[in-house]
Design a protein around this ligand. Structure first.
Ligand code: HEC
Length: 140
């Protein structure tokens, strides 16, 4: 009886350890692809979010300027999809924040395509809101 109890406890602890490991792995990296969340944040998300924030300070002066901002918004939008792939997403908080990133960046993109600077700046608030929503729960 005692042996069974000890075995049972060991089993439960073992399962808990495996679960907590895979839970961690999902947040910091997907299951099969090499890109870590940290690399994605620095090289894709932060890069283009910062670039948009900087670029939106004043209305672009020419077509090239609008196109450069549109490229950043489109890549941020793509990041919102990548965040959901390869079993990286751990829960609904993550999924909702990724959705907000996709929707917010799609709105920014639409305003940029219409060369609506004020509209793009307003829509950009939802993008930065998505960063905070996910980080509050998942960034240690
Ligand atoms: C769906 C979740 C999610 C969203 C949305 C998100 N992040 Fe992150 N971010 C994370 C997680 C998780 C980490 C911690 C990664 C780690 O340390 O392994 C992180 C870390 C970071 C870091 C620190 C990287 C480092 O070197 O440690 C930066 C910068 C960052 N995010 C920027 C952003 C910006 C800007 C946005 C919004 C445009 C954003 N993130 C949106 C999940 C998210």
């Amino acid at each position: 009886m005692l042996q069974n109890k000890v075995l049972g406890t060991a089993l439960v602890l073992g399962i808990a350890a495996v679960l907590s490991l895979s839970g961690d792995a999902q947040i910091k990296k997907g299951k099969t692809r090499p890109l870590t969340t940290k690399q994605m944040m620095n090289g894709l998300v932060k890069l283009h979010c910062g670039g948009l924030a900087e670029g939106l300070k004043t209305a672009p002066a020419d077509d090239k300027g609008w196109e450069e901002l549109a490229t950043k918004a489109a890549l941020l939008n793509e990041a919102g999809y990548i965040l959901m792939e390869d079993d990286r997403c751990p829960d609904a908080d993550w999924a909702n924040a990724a959705k907000q990133l996709r929707e917010g960046s799609a709105d920014v993109l639409a305003k940029l395509e219409a060369k609506d600077h004020a509209g793009a700046s307003e829509a950009f608030k939802a993008v930065t809101g998505s960063c905070a929503a996910c980080h509050k729960v998942h960034k240690k």
